[in-house]
Ligand binder design. Structure first.
Ligand SMILES: CC(=O)SCCNC(=O)CCNC(=O)[C@H](O)C(C)(C)COP(=O)(O)OP(=O)(O)OC[C@H]1O[C@@H](n2cnc3c(N)ncnc32)[C@H](O)[C@@H]1OP(=O)(O)O
Ligand SMILES: CC(C)C(=O)C(=O)O
Ligand SMILES: [Mg+2]
Length: 516
């Protein structure tokens, strides 16, 4: 780290703004558990709550203030002196505490909500900040709805806050109205026009999906604190996501020369999971950095690249954020490289025709099944290894119809060395009809002596695993078939048994008779 390196202060507000997300209500114990994890994550500030809002929140902030070591504990307060005093009451046992005072400065908020004019807002700012300063040396001030506040008035209010004792000036984009370059310009403007010794902070909401981008634009323009929430929680569309801002800074350090955060990024995934579990807010699969897809590859070209070198398609090392390494998931877009690699990790080595045949079956299945598991692959390979290259017949087409009315009927088209054969048959059910059609098409005369079906995998798209036993002229064979469609699995099992019967008969025919 160069001597001129500057720390970006990470002010986590998951427990305050994050908790304001509709439907989230954390009790003191849950808040403490999250605060402990935020301390392990090594954030600089934990905004633990808004003490005046309820007795429960007051107690949660007090508990966190008295228990958490490391990060500074902050809490929010309106400008009312009684709010500020209550805020301090909750914070006073912290090793280090910050009071965060706010008031709205935009015309729409002042006129319609606060019913205050500019002079009143200025006066509230001065008195609220000054009162906070009587309690602690660390005071933050926020002009709420800053991005919709006329510049001159915002500067006047911020200057009043600094003159009254604020040492952090937060610029909230309360309604997510900012656009990166215009928000960056706003930060630069504050820096230029407010005099004194203070740190500029960003607090960006995500109404236009720009919270992270705006926060970073703020940093590039001179902000040295970012207010963020784990998993991007927060009012409405949320706040800038801690994990996104921190990782953007780390991965694109070239864009933020000399600026660093002290966050232990290896703790990010664990923090994200804890917050998701305790808040009940699930993570979207494709959430940047912490989503389950963030390091998962399903398409063949990407999988091939990642198997050779993960940096072909990943800019973040999964382990650096506490996630498992790159994940290869097999699906309809996957290719042979990933297929063979997955099998080899399962201890299965197949090459040549067997691999091609298994891959073709896998693709066919993946077109219909979303989640291909190891059990599915085992079943596919077992089937192919038992049949490849030696089958007399293979299934080309299967058509079945049936239901609660009418006679079930099936038609099969099979291919063999001698070309295609086909046959149709009625049956007691669709499976019975398919079996009979296969017997007709192959000229097999056999009795069905056993039939069982089980599910290889779970879920509605589970693979059905069917075993069929046939008997003909004293020869007993069994056949196995799998598919997401149990009728198709049965037909495959039936055909597998017919093929074995054909092989058994061929062996019998070529074995010289031994006799007297
Ligand atoms: C952008 C943000 O995230 S701001 C923080 C938002 N968070 C919350 O509101 C969560 C916690 N809030 C609460 O529990 C409640 O709103 C309380 C306890 C703070 C206040 O409850 P109530 O007294 O019933 O007031 P209510 O919420 O209906 O209205 C807000 C009042 O605060 C005033 N007010 C709002 N912001 C400020 C401020 N920064 N400074 C001073 N007064 C303010 C409003 O003008 C209104 O005043 P009025 O009651 O005299 O009309
Ligand atoms: C209290 C302030 C900082 C806030 O949450 C906002 O303006 O969004
Ligand atoms: Mg907010």
């Amino acid at each position: 780290m160069s001597q001129d390196a500057e720390k970006l202060i990470i002010f986590d507000t998951t427990l305050r703004d994050g908790e304001q997300s509709p439907g989230i209500s954390l009790d003191a114990t849950e808040k403490l558990e999250i605060a402990e994890q935020l301390a392990r994550l090594n954030v600089d500030y934990i905004e633990a709550g808004f003490p005046v809002s309820s007795q429960g929140d007051f107690e949660a902030v007090s508990l966190i203030a008295s228990r958490i070591q490391g990060p500074v504990i902050a809490a929010l307060s309106r400008t009312h002196l009684s709010d500020v005093d209550r805020c301090w009451e909750a914070l006073k046992h912290a090793q280090q505490a910050r009071i965060h005072v706010f008031i709205s400065t935009s015309p729409v908020h002042m006129e319609n909500m606060l019913k205050m004019n500019e002079a009143q807002v200025l006066s509230e700012t001065r008195s609220g900040v000054a009162r906070a300063k009587e309690h602690t040396n660390d005071v933050e001030f926020s002009p709420q709805d800053a991005t919709r506040t006329p510049l001159d008035f915002m500067i006047e209010v911020l200057q009043a806050a600094v003159d009254s004792g604020a040492n952090t000036l937060n610029v909230p984009d309360t309604v997510g109205y900012g656009i990166p370059w215009d928000f960056g310009a706003l930060i630069a403007y504050v820096r230029k026009n407010v005099s004194g010794d203070y740190v500029i902070s960003t607090h960006c909401h995500n109404d236009l999906g720009l919270a992270t981008a705006n926060s970073l634009a703020g940093v590039a323009a001179g902000a040295r604190q970012v207010e963020v929430c784990v998993n991007g929680l927060g009012e409405r569309a949320g706040n800038a996501a801690l994990e996104e801002v921190v990782m953007a800074l780390k991965i694109r350090g070239d864009q933020f020369p000399g600026i660093y955060s002290q966050v232990k990024t290896e703790e990010i995934a664990r923090t994200s999971r804890l917050v998701s579990r305790l808040t009940g807010y699930p993570l979207q699969y494709n959430k940047a950095v912490v989503g389950r897809n963030a390091f998962t590859h399903e398409s063949g070209i990407h999988q091939h690249g990642v198997l050779k070198d993960r940096s072909t398609y990943e800019i973040i090392d999964a382990e650096s954020v506490g996630q498992k390494g790159s994940q290869i998931v097999l699906g309809k877009h996957s290719g042979r490289h990933a297929f063979a690699d997955t099998l080899s990790k399962m201890g299965i080595t197949i090459v040549g025709d067997a691999l091609n045949a298994a891959f073709a079956r896998f693709k066919e299945l993946a077109d219909r099944k979303l989640d291909i598991t190891e059990a599915d692959l085992e079943a596919i390979v077992a089937e192919e290894l038992g049949t490849v290259a030696t089958d007399v017949y293979s299934l080309e087409e299967l058509h079945v119809s049936g239901g609660t009315v009418g006679t079930p009927i099936a038609k099969v088209v099979l291919s063999s060395e001698n070309g295609k054969v086909e046959a149709s048959s009625e049956g007691n059910g669709m499976i019975d009809a398919a079996g009979k059609a296969i017997q007709l098409a192959t000229g097999t005369k056999a009795n069905l002596i056993g039939f069982s079906v089980s599910s290889v995998t779970g879920g509605v798209d589970a693979i059905g695993d069917v075993v069929v036993q046939l008997e003909s002229d004293g020869i007993k064979v069994s056949g196995k078939g799998i598919s997401t469609d149990v009728v198709e699995a049965s037909a495959r099992a039936y055909l597998n048994a017919v093929n074995r019967l054909a092989r058994a008969n061929a062996r019998k025919a070529t074995t010289p008779e031994v006799g007297p």
